[in-house]
Design a protein around this ligand. Structure first.
Ligand SMILES: [Zn+2]
Length: 425
């Protein structure tokens, strides 16, 4: 009798083991097979001359010889040299007060690079627009080169090509600035290139109040998830209604399902992190703290973010080319605005944020359109977000709703960057 019982127990145990193995296998297969495959990079062909030039900039800046452009290294200086030559080639002038394109942060770290296109008929007191992106990256570690093609050679390429495309404006002088020392350990310190720039504004600019608007770019070339293939996010302008108008107006003008989609998104849904609070992560922060109206553009993180796999082959150059044209149009539009923009750092445009996030989170929460690598647990969590978002009325939202939107957005960003443990947030 007892022998018979033991056999039954053994059988139950084996059955349990087999069932568990099947469940684990199904889970793994589900993650691999059911989520949407990543964007097929071989489909991103380059067909325009502008995209070709962008690719050439990225190819050089993210080449193995520059070894990841870490501040203070020969690779960083070579990148600086290349950018200065490009500034010269597209007819930008250095500032007289600096005696060249370089603004030295410290001899050990290297330079910010500043080049200008003066206005044709400037205000009696010269006013400025600034387009900026950092050119440094992480360098080498454990024998691996972090080439930083998307972070941030992509944005430097757009900076140089926007400079080439932009004739002198009527009213505003434009400063094109390639910042150094954005990456850790400099970020959020006085040595961060953009912070140093704001703290040591060249005399021609004078004070932050002379800056009508600043456009900052970071991570402009990456693609991973199909629904974001043609998307660039625009944040920060919601604090300045006059500037924001150009983001939404141009957004409507090009919202035909073709080409570039510039999607407004609130800065708070990108940088508000549970427990940590507001966590600035790019060069817009120094300008924001000086109350300068700003627009932050980014295509967002991908799983190649801060990895050795962030290489020139993985970028969407035709979308970058459309972004050059878009920024050029924004600059022309701002030139029509004679008065300084307001700056209200707590102002948000909730209805537009919801309009951007609702369709994305809905897609991220469905198996067949989910972000590559989404686990079933994350998918369930996103489903709750999507169901809630479907019923949210932005005109009657409270502070709890805003916090919840921040969390939902963060979960999605986390999955896009393939950070582990995302769904726990
Ligand atoms: Zn970075």
């Amino acid at each position: 009798m007892s022998r018979w019982l033991t056999d039954i127990r053994g059988l139950k145990l084996s059955l349990l083991l087999i069932v568990s193995a099947i469940v684990i296998l199904a889970y793994v297969v589900a993650i691999r097979a059911i989520t949407m495959p990543p964007v097929d990079l071989s489909q991103l062909v380059i067909s325009t001359e502008l995209a070709q030039r962008l690719r050439a900039h990225v190819d050089y800046l993210a080449s193995p010889e520059l070894k990841g452009r870490k501040p203070g290294t020969p690779g960083n200086r070579a990148a600086a040299q290349y950018i200065q030559e490009a500034f010269h080639q597209v007819g930008l002038e250095p500032l007289t007060s600096l005696g060249g394109y370089g603004q030295t942060i410290s001899p050990a770290l290297g330079d910010n690079l500043i080049a200008v296109r003066r206005a044709r008929s400037p205000h009696s007191k010269e006013r400025w627009l600034l387009v900026g992106a950092h050119y440094d990256h992480l360098g080498e570690s454990w024998g691996k080169i972090y080439a930083g093609a998307d972070d941030n050679a992509s944005a430097v390429g757009i900076l140089l090509e926007t400079a080439r495309a932009t004739e002198p404006l009527t009213h505003y002088s434009i400063a094109f600035v390639a910042f150094n020392a954005e990456e850790a350990p400099f970020i959020r310190t006085p040595l961060m290139g953009s912070q140093y720039f704001v703290d040591h504004l060249p005399v021609e600019i004078g004070s932050p109040g002379q800056l009508q608007a600043v456009i900052i770019m970071d991570l402009m070339g990456g693609v991973h998830w199909e629904p974001l293939r043609d998307v660039v996010f625009a944040a920060g302008a919601e604090h300045s209604p006059g500037l924001y108008r150009h983001v939404t107006h141009l957004h409507e003008a090009q919202d035909d399902g073709q080409g570039l989609m510039v999607q407004p998104i609130g800065m708070h849904v990108i940088e508000e992190i549970p427990v940590l609070g507001q966590t600035p992560f790019s060069d817009y922060d120094a300008f924001r703290n000086a109350s300068v109206p700003y627009l932050f553009l980014s295509a967002g993180r991908t799983p190649r973010y801060h990895q050795p796999s962030d290489l020139p082959d993985t970028l969407h150059y035709e979308r970058m080319a459309l972004t050059v044209r878009w920024i050029h149009d924004v600059l022309l539009n701002i030139d029509q605005d004679p008065h300084p923009y307001d700056f209200e750092p707590h102002r948000i445009e909730l209805a537009d944020e919801v309009a951007t996030l609702r369709p994305l989170i809905t897609k991220a929460a469905a198996w067949d359109t989910s972000i590559p690598g989404t686990s079933p647990a994350s998918l369930l969590r996103l489903k709750l977000d999507a169901n809630w978002l479907a019923t949210l009325d932005p005109n009657h939202a409270g502070s709890d709703d805003i916090t919840r939107l921040e969390h939902a957005s963060l979960r999605m960003q986390c999955l896009l960057g393939d950070f582990s443990g995302c769904f726990l947030l």
